[in-house]
Design a binder for this molecule. Sequence first.
Ligand SMILES: [Zn+2]
Ligand SMILES: [Zn+2]
Length: 429
Amino acid sequence: MKNLLFLLVLIPTASFAAEEKSELDIKGILQGLMPIYEDLHQNPELSFKEQKTAELFAAELKKSGFQTTTNFGGFGVVAILKNNSGPTVMLRTDLDALPITEETGLSFSSKQKQKSSQKSEVGVMHACGHDLHITNMIGVAKVLSQNKTRWHGTLIIIGQPAEEMGAGARLMLAAGLFKQFPKPDFALALHVESNESVGKVRLLSGPVTANVDTIDITMHGRGGHGANPHETIDPIPMTSELVLALQTLISREKDPSDPAVLTVGSFHSGSKHNIISSSAQLLLTVRSFSKETRAKILDGIRRKAKSIADSYQAPAPEVTITGEPVPSVVNDAKLVERLRPVFIKIVGEKNVLGGRPSMVGEDFSRYGLEGVPSLMFTLGTLSESRLEKYKKTGSIPSLHSSAYFPSAAESLPVGIALMAESAITLFNN
Ligand SMILES: [Zn+2]
Ligand SMILES: [Zn+2]
């Protein structure tokens, strides 16, 4: 690995220090980044509504000398910095926030409300840390633009909308991301982690997140009086049987060494004590890793629904995949091994965590599926003092919780160093 840039990382935690390896001062940049972070945190926007966030992001990248294209596949931003000939590296941040009312108690808490897809007004919050991802990327753009002597090639930074809906990557690709702009040789992204301390990073080879499928089931019966069930087909016992039968797809039908989960998140039927309703609705999420297990579970759901309806002499059920299926993120093994030494240099070997993939979904997978070797790593975001405090209370707020927020000032230098160092390594090899 030649020409590796070591960035100055000053982390205000006792357990982590990488100052001796550094050449460049991220601390100077950090002071300018914190107001941007607080602005983003205070002004989150829901998926498909990230207009102001995208404008801010594009404006900051322009200041760093990038050529920017906005409104690309929704409110997507594509920013390019060409620096002689060399590899093309794409770095991705997401832009959107969640329909959650913030309860962090931060002085710069979000008070924003937006109309959700259900048309009602909801509180909006960056509960998945995408505000930190955006700020981190603005920092990376600054560092790389200020150090053009250290790398050569084409740097593409994208601000991707609608990650939380699993749609943004598909929309940017459909708009011609890899046709209108150079197709990258590598793609990198990071995601915050809610229960690890600052300075810890997770670097996995192979699957990182799960395939996600969202399924609606309607079981049809025949309604009537609660006093006369023999004249009806009661959908409630029928659908209850289905709920239990669905779990046997996980426990009895799929290979136990290939993880998957099926959750019935909603079961709705009926309106009154003495009325047997005519139908019942289930809303499911299914998470898997392999194609085979995914297909097996989806087929099994249809089969179980139909056979249980048949056994009650009920009409055929409706089983529909709704929402956007999100494919599993799979980290390119060669890319992981190429960048592992960079991670070790920056945070130290013991802080580069392994572990198991997560059952959450992330549409960063779609860039990899286009044949671009890709890598997503996760970044610990809790200061030591906060981690200690949470441990005493027995619970740590998770991502998508109204109480989650990253320790931004501490996390950003690590995230910026890791992303910028990784990009430089890929440009120079
Ligand atoms: Zn999320
Ligand atoms: Zn997220």
